[in-house]
Design a protein around this ligand. Structure first.
Ligand SMILES: Nc1nc2c(c(=O)[nH]1)N[C@H]1C(S)=C(S)[C@@H](COP(=O)(O)OP(=O)(O)OC[C@H]3O[C@@H](n4cnc5c(=O)[nH]c(N)nc54)[C@H](O)[C@@H]3O)O[C@H]1N2
Ligand SMILES: Nc1nc2c(c(=O)[nH]1)N[C@H]1C(S)=C(S)[C@@H](COP(=O)(O)OP(=O)(O)OC[C@H]3O[C@@H](n4cnc5c(=O)[nH]c(N)nc54)[C@H](O)[C@@H]3O)O[C@H]1N2
Ligand code: SF4
Ligand SMILES: [Mo]
Length: 726
């Protein structure tokens, strides 16, 4: 008897008529998959496939990557600049000159009238690094507003802040290859199988070769939690307590790496005194994980020859996000797990180029991890760009989450949004809606003309999408990947780089400075500015990056390859060369369930959609799999409230209300519901978004709601969906 497919028809792969495959890098998440887009004889993108010899994805793509070629012809792409006098008027198509002249004139008028910082610029983690660098140059060197930030404040700010506090600099120290060496992995608030499917696949491959324990900390029973050896359903917002308690056990039971602590860290005394208070019995009462499990996990982690921690938004989006990150770093420092194969503290990044903006955008400082606070850094950049160093502010301005309240109070009068959609993605969107109406002038620069923010804009600038332009993205493991142009921009849309350069020309100072017109020209500037620094790019160029399917920084001049890990020598970026062990008490400050609002509201993502669905909402196959705003609700809780499976319910918070379809599932405990944030007018109508004091990142994942059946809401909910279904 023959096994296998011998008696069946072989799998047939549809012939899409591809005549040319073009190399590029996926433009959704931070995994950094190398992708090839297939063009047919007419030059139409008809297929996508993973690149076999790329170390990141080894030929694989997730569902978003597989259908990414459909973006080029997706509905409601912006094809021409649009303008109107007031947001109540209708938009009219205009020339690029008219749109950019008006933008520059309004920025100048408003800055003259209300001061330099009255214009705010909010960018993204989703444009090319060369574009980030150029926008930084334009903002810091020409326009001169200090209220310049990115949506990374909603995303990676806590990781950045925690890394800086622990190690003296941002920069994830590990890499995916660490999975092949680790003996224990703990994941905090990360749903890797859905949000970073190909990183998850790398983990699974490592586990198939060699078994090691996987521990997942998440209040939901996610797909990741289901495959884990140990699942810790932590009480929302209390990871810091769990982490302090793990450290408590490790120190008390003598499992700490004394030699590493001695040689490479400072702050031990204060740290050990603080964690002494977090014995597992006390901690269990706060974080909801029983004392024996805390002890067991602490021993497992500390006794492993190499152990690693990964985390994503369950940690970062919290009122103690930055502390949570620093506490993960503490755990790895006291066990000697930094900078060694399989031993690391690796934040899993979010957007395709969230790393690029951290490195080069000048949002929080100056390019190449330089700080506005440092005179030497200001002088280096001023000289390189040809501006007066006194033109730079001496400390960073507002974060994204402070810019919106400043619009409310009238401090900020103009807003330029580049590749971000706060009307869906910010907490408390009813308030954002009112806030945007207070602006005198607003510009939206986006690949899609139907992005919700255009409702309040005066000018819309249509931008080219990732595969319609060239440049680099940096992924989670510091790998700089090349995005090649696959296709000409849609209609009259332009690359963001072109838009920034054209705007620079409309300023006298901009005309005096050099704004290289090509991505390769910009890359040369970044290379020069990175030389000798932690994020050294000087051994890279565009062709070499493509040939190697990505190069990890640092890659010094003349070096053939990049470096997979940071801090391998145990020397950190603080002045004394040591990493800091930080003593961080837990402060319980969330909006918690109460009698009136008895449920925790948790939010996040699903595999099919990306963020606010401007892209995935228009791709047939991904939208079909997840077309509706829905909520995960525990069946016991739903039965108590008389809410049947697949019926509609109304959620009410102190901010607003929203209607969603209910899915009964044991994934969530009886006192919690979970809603993906992808849908407009949905979960962020409800969220509070208290801010972390260090990173100013909102606690998107914790607030409280009440829930009631909404039997007559089918039509309302359907209308909600129709807004994005084409
Ligand atoms: N398919 C898809 N992939 C994406 C994205 C996307 O939109 N769609 N976006 C990308 C971006 S920008 C980002 S930032 C990443 C996000 O990637 P993830 O952070 O992995 O995704 P989320 O679903 O936001 O949240 C992860 C988990 O945090 C848990 N959580 C909630 N509260 C707590 C808590 O108090 N403690 C702990 N330990 N966990 C908690 C939630 O239950 C959830 O399962 O995904 C990236 N990848
Ligand atoms: N409740 C809740 N809210 C959340 C989160 C959560 O977990 N829960 N997560 C938060 C996180 S981690 C993030 S990262 C944010 C994301 O929030 P946003 O950044 O607001 O969401 P996106 O939909 O990714 O918006 C990016 C926009 O850029 C456009 N775009 C894409 N490519 C280009 C390009 O090359 N050029 C230009 N000019 N435009 C382009 C897209 O069309 C899209 O409109 O949401 C946050 N909001
Ligand atoms: S895992 Fe991320 S980078 Fe890879 S194909 Fe999917 S969305 Fe793209
Ligand atoms: Mo994110």
């Amino acid at each position: 008897m023959l096994f296998g497919r011998h008696t069946k028809n072989p799998i047939k792969i549809a012939d899409k008529g591809v005549t040319d495959w073009k190399y590029t890098t996926c433009g959704y998440c931070s995994t950094g998959c190398s992708i090839e887009v297939g063009l047919n004889a007419q030059g139409k993108a008809v297929a996508a496939r993973g690149v076999g010899d790329a170390s990141v994805n080894q030929g694989k793509l997730c569902i978003k990557g597989i259908f990414e070629h459909e973006l080029f012809n997706s509905a409601n792409r912006g094809s021409t600049p649009l303008m109107r006098d007031k947001p109540i008027d209708a938009y009219v198509p205009v020339s690029w000159d008219a749109a950019l002249d008006r933008t520059a004139a309004e920025f100048k008028r408003i800055q003259e009238k209300y001061g330099r910082d009255s214009v705010a610029i909010v960018s993204t983690g989703q444009i090319l690094t060369e574009e980030f660098y150029t926008l930084g140059k334009l903002t810091r060197g020409v326009i001169g507003t200090n209220n310049y930030d990115g949506n990374t404040t909603l995303c990676m700010a806590s990781a950045v802040s925690g890394y800086k506090r622990s190690f003296g600099s941002d920069g994830p120290p590990g890499c995916y290859e660490d999975f092949d060496h680790t003996e224990c992995l703990i994941a905090f608030g990360s749903n890797l199988p859905e949000q970073h499917p190909i990183i998850y696949w790398r983990l699974k491959m490592a586990l198939e070769k060699r078994k090691f324990p996987v521990i997942v900390v998440d209040p939901r029973v996610t797909m990741f939690a289901q495959m884990a050896d140990i699942h810790l359903p932590v009480k929302p917002g209390t990871d810091l307590v769990l982490l302090n308690s793990l450290a408590h056990v490790i120190l008390k039971e003598g499992f700490a790496d004394r030699a590493y602590i001695e040689a490479h860290t400072s702050g031990y005394d204060e740290f050990s005194a603080l964690v002494a208070q977090y014995d597992p019995v006390t901690a269990a009462r706060i974080c909801g994980i029983d004392e024996d499990t805390i002890r067991h996990v602490a021993r497992l982690y500390a006794k492993a020859g190499a152990a690693m921690s990964i985390w994503t938004m369950g940690i970062n989006q919290s009122t103690h996000g930055s502390d949570g990150v620093a506490a993960i770093n503490n755990l790895n420092l006291i066990t000697g797990n930094i900078g060694k194969p399989g031993g690391t503290s690796l934040s899993i990044t979010g957007q395709c180029n969230a790393m690029g903006t951290r490195e080069w955008s000048s949002c929080s400082g100056l390019p190449g991890y330089r700080a506005l606070e440092k005179e030497k850094d200001r002088e280096t950049i001023a000289k390189f760009w040809g501006v007066n160093p006194e033109f730079f502010p001496k400390q960073r301005g507002m974060f994204m989450t402070d810019i919106f309240p400043a619009i409310e109070t009238g401090q900020i009068k103009a807003l330029w949004l580049v590749a971000t959609n706060p009307l869906t993605s910010m907490p408390n969107t009813p308030r954002i809606r009112k806030t945007l109406q207070k602006l005198e002038f607003m510009v939206v620069q986006d690949a899609y003309a139907d992005v919700e923010t255009t409702q309040y804009a005066n000018v819309y600038l249509p931008a080219a999408l990732w595969g319609e332009k060239e440049g680099v993205f940096t992924n989670t493991e510091r790998r700089v990947n090349l995005v090649r142009k696959v296709m000409a921009p849609h209609g009259d849309a332009k690359a963001d780089l072109w838009i920034f350069n054209e705007l620079a020309k409309r300023y006298e100072q901009g005309r005096k400075m050099n704004f290289p017109p090509t991505p390769a020209g910009v890359f040369e500037e970044m290379r020069a500015l990175s030389k000798g620094r932690m994020l050294d790019y000087s051994g890279m160029d565009h062709d070499k990056i493509e040939a190697q399917r990505g190069i990890q920084w640092p890659c010094t001049e003349g070096a053939e390859k990049g470096n997979p890990r940071l801090y391998t020598d145990g020397v950190f970026q603080h002045a004394d060369g040591k990493a800091k062990l930080l003593a961080m008490p837990f402060i319980d400050n969330n909006e918690k369930p109460s009698e009136d609002y008895p449920f925790w509201l948790n939010s996040g993502r699903v595999v099919e959609h990306f963020h606010t669905r401007t892209r995935t909402g228009k791709i047939g196959n991904v939208n079909k799999f997840s077309p509706t705003p829905y909520m995960e609700m525990n069946p016991d809780a739903a039965a108590r409230l008389n809410i049947p499976h697949m019926s509609y319910a109304r959620l009410i918070s102190r901010r607003g209300d929203a209607v969603v379809m209910v899915q009964h599932t044991q994934r969530v405990p009886p006192d919690m519901v979970f809603i993906p944030f992808h849908f407009h007018e949905c979960v962020n109508r409800l969220t509070l978004g208290l801010l972390d004091p260090y990173s100013r990142q909102p606690a998107f994942k914790q607030c409280s709601v009440k829930i009631e059946p909404a039997p007559n809401q089918q039509a309302a909910a359907a209308a909600n969906v129709a807004a994005r279904s084409f």
